[in-house]
Design a protein around this ligand. Structure first.
Ligand code: 0RA
Length: 633
């Protein structure tokens, strides 16, 4: 540090009684977490000293008497007298709540979350706390109990070491349980070794004799390797570090072939940011961009491929991100989400540049990663389609038949007919007129839907439409239509001879064309041809199905004199008997079998009539204003 430490910089805050009264406010809780937090709190101070470049070794001992020692080889907590308090700095550190950042010139203040509350909190919550400071060739010693000093600071010997050693025993009056767990401490020490490259951390458990030493010269690269120990990485980890403005960034990552999940660990000033934050957002944004850009540049996407999305670039990814900055703002539920917004752009630009360069310099790795990402995108797209089909299946292929369907009794599809009838009243007539044995009736509400502007997806969600697919019973869609399950080998569309009728017909033909094409190809789709005119002379009744036919009939019966001519506008104008006679009786009716060309033409018409583009639609209607009545096939 450039600036010499000065005891006057210690900001004095009220005493430690409050900490003992409300410990959870300072350490989170008084359970296992809070208990171990005491060790982590002291560790943070030692790690700060290491981050500042003054310590390279930290030791933790779990003693047989339930106490714990945290020792580092840093400069040692200052022992000079505070100018106004007239007490050694180390005593103030242990007995006053202080704002950590104010009392020394730490570059990366470990603060925020529950960290950084200081050694005094540990002191307040300990049955005893002993501190040894090795400085200036001497060893200083002072003892405290429950936040109060038990001895004055004294010199207990000479030494050529420097550093700080703190031994404390958690207070039984405060904590539910006071036994430290080796594994919890071990995990944090290991993590710290990866986060502070080169720092040696040793753990010794006197109670069991267990010990471990952690030291990672590779920093986060070693962390990534450790995390993926049991997986199959497809390449050597990528690693980078950089600095921009007041933010230091270190990132390492690798992809695994046998693991589909993303595992992104993030840290700010060695604090695990479980909830992520701006550093993680910047990383993800850049990762997506780098890989998409690379794939584009190398032309690796087929035209049919979906666009790469962020999630595609994170399948099989293990990544560690560590940023260091002077005043981190922590947000979120557990205060483990970085909020400083400028960090996003800094991480994004530093990482983009270095990772892009890495891909360019390692073409075989880049190719491997690109392949995985493209495979993920394809799998995502396929899964989406599958979901959609399942959804449709459950919607449309449920075994229950629609309630509106008046089914026929015969089960042999080759003998069964389904009339899809426009309008409830015509539907009612058809039900009365039909031969129940082989004729089924499905009435559709007059206006199926306001088809103008409705997208085909919306139309598919329409209740009325779904009943048609349910009645036919063979599912629908390119991959999912099962012709062998078609329940009727004649599906007959029966609509009015007016504009609405022709619209509905066009819509139905389009649906069949797009989603049940085999039904058309197999010749199972028909259009009923109701007559246009009813001509009666005396007791004789004639039906004409076209203008020509009407003229012909009139000629045959000797002109219009004495004849009554009725023009049918809708099916509803016919009584059941008439409907049977003219349109449903297999002996007399005229059915038009729908060809694929008919349906394709309807589909084209549909697109113009109901499509999003209003311009061609308007044009079409203008051009065909007079023909519009006969817009059908
Ligand atoms: C304030 C100033 C200096 C060092 C420390 C605190 C310090 C605190 C802890 C806590 C655990 N280990 C520690 N090591 C150092 C620097 C004093 C100087 O200028 O020499």
């Amino acid at each position: 540090m450039a600036e010499k430490y000065d005891a006057s910089k210690i900001q004095i805050l009220p005493g430690l009684e409050g900490v003992r009264r409300r410990p959870a406010m300072y350490i989170g809780d008084v359970g296992k977490r809070g208990l171990h937090h005491l060790i982590f709190e002291l560790l943070d101070n030692s790690v700060d000293e290491a981050l500042a470049g003054y310590a390279d070794r930290v030791e933790v001992v779990l003693h047989a008497d339930g106490s714990c020692t945290v020792k580092d080889n840093g400069r040692g907590i200052p022992v000079d007298l505070h100018p106004t308090e007239k007490k050694p700095a180390v005593e103030i550190v242990m007995t006053y709540l202080h704002a950590g950042g104010k009392f020394d010139q730490k570059v990366y203040q470990i603060s925020g979350g529950l960290h950084g509350v200081g050694a005094s909190v540990v002191c307040a919550l300990s049955e005893f706390l002993e501190v040894k400071v090795m400085r200036d060739g001497k060893t200083y010693y002072q003892k405290f109990s429950r936040g109060r000093k038990v001895t004055e600071l004294k010199i207990i010997g000479n030494t050529d070491e420097t550093g700080t050693e703190i031994r404390f025993k958690p207070d039984k009056l405060i904590f539910k349980k006071t036994e430290f767990e080796y594994e919890i401490v071990e995990k944090r020490l290991r993590e710290l070794a990866f986060l502070v490259r080169g720092l040696k951390l040793r753990l010794f458990d006197e109670r069991t004799g267990k010990e471990a030493e952690f030291h990672a010269e590779g920093g986060l690269k070693d962390f990534v390797r450790f995390l993926d120990e049991t997986r199959k990485p497809v390449h050597e980890p990528f690693w980078m570090e950089g600095k921009k403005e007041d933010v230091e960034v270190e990132i390492s990552l690798e992809y695994n072939s046998d693991y589909q999940y993303e595992n992104i660990l993030s840290f700010v000033n060695t604090i695990n940011t479980h909830e992520g934050g701006t550093h993680v957002t910047g990383f993800k944004t850049a990762l997506t961009r780098v890989i998409s850009d690379y794939i584009k540049k190398m032309n690796l996407l087929k035209p049919s491929d979906p666009e790469i999305q962020g999630e595609d670039t994170r399948e099989g990814l293990t990544a560690c991100i560590h940023v260091k900055l002077p005043s981190p703002q922590f947000e979120g539920q557990t205060k483990t989400k970085l909020g400083n917004s400028h960090v996003k752009g800094i991480v994004e630009s530093l990482f983009y540049e270095k990772f892009y360069k890495f891909l360019e310099e390692n073409p075989s790795i880049a190719e491997e990663i690109a392949k995985m990402v493209i495979a993920s995108a394809r799998a995502r797209e396929a899964a989406r389609k599958a979901r959609e089909i399942t959804k449709r299946k459950s919607l449309l292929e449920s075994d229950t038949l629609p309630g509106k369907l008046a089914d026929c009794s015969i089960k042999d599809p080759s003998k069964a007919e389904l009339f899809v009838v426009e309008g409830e009243s015509a539907g009612g007539s058809a039900k009365q007129a039909r031969v129940r044995e082989f004729q089924a009736i499905l009435p559709l509400r007059g206006k199926i839907l306001n088809v103008e502007k409705a997208s085909i997806d919306k139309i598919l969600k329409n209740e009325e439409i779904r009943t048609i697919f349910q009645a036919i019973g063979a599912g629908f869609g390119e991959e999912d239509f099962r012709p062998e399950r078609i329940r009727y080998h004649k599906v007959i569309i029966m609509t009015d001879a007016d504009v609405d009728g022709s619209h509905i017909r066009t819509l139905l033909l389009t649906l069949f064309y797009r989603y049940m094409r085999p039904l058309i190809e197999m010749g199972f789709l028909y259009i009923a041809q109701p007559p246009l005119y009813r001509i009666q002379k005396g007791k004789k009744v004639y039906y004409a199905y076209s203008e020509e036919e009407k003229e012909e009939i009139l000629r045959e019966i000797g002109g219009e004199d004495g004849a009554s001519i009725q023009r049918y506008k809708g099916l509803g104008e016919m009584n059941p008997e008439q409907l049977w006679e003219t349109t449903m009786d297999p002996e007399k009716r005229i059915l038009k079998r729908v060809t694929l060309e008919d349906a394709a033409e309807a589909d084209r018409l549909f697109s113009i009539l109901m499509g999003e583009k209003t311009e061609p639609r308007r044009e079409f209607i203008m051009q065909n204003a007079r023909k519009v009545q006969n817009l059908d096939v």
